[in-house]
Design a protein around this ligand. Structure first.
Ligand code: SF4
Ligand code: SF4
Length: 458
């Protein structure tokens, strides 16, 4: 448990990073750590250590002078992100990832579910095998020979249609092998229907398995109850999931079993949850703030997001301490961010939705991602007619980070990509201070964990 003193410390850290990350300049983000001054050159996402003298000159400069100084001191590079997107329809991205709503139904009644209890507001239904195979054909026909592709199963609860999920996987594996495509598989499941046989199947095909688990028993049960009632009350699903994941966790070698925690106003004890789930044997644990639910229920609001930032930083500090002594501590949010910063990731979108990634509904409609299933805003064609290239082009042009406001003025734009399309379209940009505060912490953690000799000095 976090003590009262820990809670006060976490709140103070959050306020500090919230403030430090406030947007000041569009092309350069200057910040001071305990050691020295640093800069993130926004174009190309390059991190530098700065001398005190150069930092002071940059701080005093207006934006034109900053650009000139960046050029003079080698902090700039040629633009990494095109100003405009996909003007040539022949250059639209091809699919390399597809998720199948193999079961548009679910046995849980999660309070905040984006899929409206699994059926996306329609009648509960399964995808039939012919549709699933047609989806695989679309994916593999677009993936290049010798290329990579990912086939994901989502829902609803995908294991509610286990037979077609397995038949589709076997079909996809045979076709991918014939076509020379390296195909990987993933599934996001509520974990309640898992069997030991599923564990063997997922291990055989090296699935990335993500289990939705929202904290300790009390918090999870409040947020993720079964639909069926026991004695008139909704029954929690925590005990069932913990029992059902055991065969997967103990069998995982090629398969990786991760936990995904959706953070609402009711489950903000992240460090304890992280510790508990790592001890349970998950390959990694990640947190995702609830920013948009169809009914507005359990969404996080601005004041709660600062509290969340404090909790995330507390998880990050535990991870840093473990990494320093060579211990594995798989806090996915931090490890992924460190990898992205190390690579100098710069991207014009938050994710591949509507670009290299799309979702297929049970009825065979294509949408920008799994959250847009059944939603006309993200419709992208059908399996029968193929990807609607004109709609895809329009989507990618309109969703490009350079066309988003206030993103084009934000220092975090090429690390953030403009925020989840689904959340932004429905609710606007409600979490920018949280996103920047978290990135600020990650940048500083990156500098602490990277040997000084590997950070560029100016
Ligand atoms: S969505 Fe991301 S890039 Fe856009 S303003 Fe917010 S933090 Fe910046
Ligand atoms: S639009 Fe949002 S929900 Fe969909 S893939 Fe992108 S980040 Fe995920």
């Amino acid at each position: 448990m976090l003590t009262d003193a820990d809670q006060i410390y976490a709140r103070a850290r959050a306020a500090e990073f919230w403030q430090k990350a406030a947007p000041r300049a569009a092309d350069l983000h200057l910040f001071r750590s305990q050691q020295s001054w640093h800069a993130l050159a926004v174009n190309g996402s390059q991190v530098f250590d700065l001398s005190e003298a150069l930092a002071q000159r940059l701080l005093m400069a207006d934006s034109a002078e900053q650009l000139a100084l960046m050029h003079q001191f080698g902090l700039d590079m040629r633009p990494q992100i095109e100003q405009r997107a996909y003007d040539d329809p022949n250059e639209l991205p091809r699919l390399h990832a597809l998720s199948l709503a193999i079961a548009q139904k679910c046995n849980l009644a999660c309070t905040y579910c984006y899929a409206e209890q699994g059926s996306f507001g329609e009648r509960p239904q399964n995808m039939d095998l012919a549709t699933a195979k047609a989806a695989v054909d679309l994916l593999l026909d677009q993936a290049k020979n010798g290329g990579n592709a990912n086939l994901a199963f989502l829902g609803g609860e995908p294991l509610a249609n286990r037979a077609d999920l397995r038949a589709c996987t076997e079909y996809a594996a045979a076709r991918a092998s014939a076509l020379g495509v390296a195909l990987t598989y993933s599934i996001t499941s509520n974990g309640t229907l898992l069997t030991p046989d599923d564990a063997e199947f997922f291990e055989r095909f090296a699935f990335a398995v993500t289990i939705s688990l929202d904290g300790g028993k009390q918090e999870h049960d409040q947020l993720r109850p079964f639909k069926s009632k026991a004695g008139g009350d909704l029954r929690g699903s925590f005990d069932r999931i913990v029992e059902r994941i055991q065969p997967l966790v103990s069998l995982q070698k090629r398969m990786q079993v991760s936990a995904r925690v959706t953070v609402t106003p009711h489950n903000q004890h992240l460090p304890e949850v992280l510790e508990q789930f790592i001890a349970m044997g998950f390959h990694s644990v990640g947190f995702s703030p609830m920013l948009r639910s169809p009914t507005g229920r359990d969404e996080l609001h601005a004041d709660q997001l600062q509290g969340l930032l404090g909790q995330m930083i507390a998880c990050g500090e535990r991870t840093e301490a473990a990494l320093r002594v060579g211990q594995r501590y798989p806090f996915a949010n931090l490890l992924n961010a460190l990898k992205e910063i190390g690579k100098g990731t710069h991207r014009p979108y938050p994710c591949g939705a509507g670009a290299g990634y799309m979702a297929v509904s049970a009825a065979g409609e294509l949408s920008a991602c799994h959250r847009f299933v059944g939603d006309a805003i993200g419709a992208m064609g059908t399996l029968r007619e193929g990807v609607d290239r004109a709609t895809q082009q329009r989507w990618l042009q309109q969703r490009h980070v350079h066309t988003q406001s206030p993103c084009k003025q934000c220092w975090a734009r090429y690390l953030c990509g403009g925020g989840c399309h689904h959340e932004v379209i429905a609710r606007g940009r409600t979490s920018c201070d949280y996103i920047r505060g978290w990135l600020q912490y990650c940048l500083e953690a990156y500098l602490r964990l990277t040997p000084q000799t590997q950070v560029k000095q100016r």
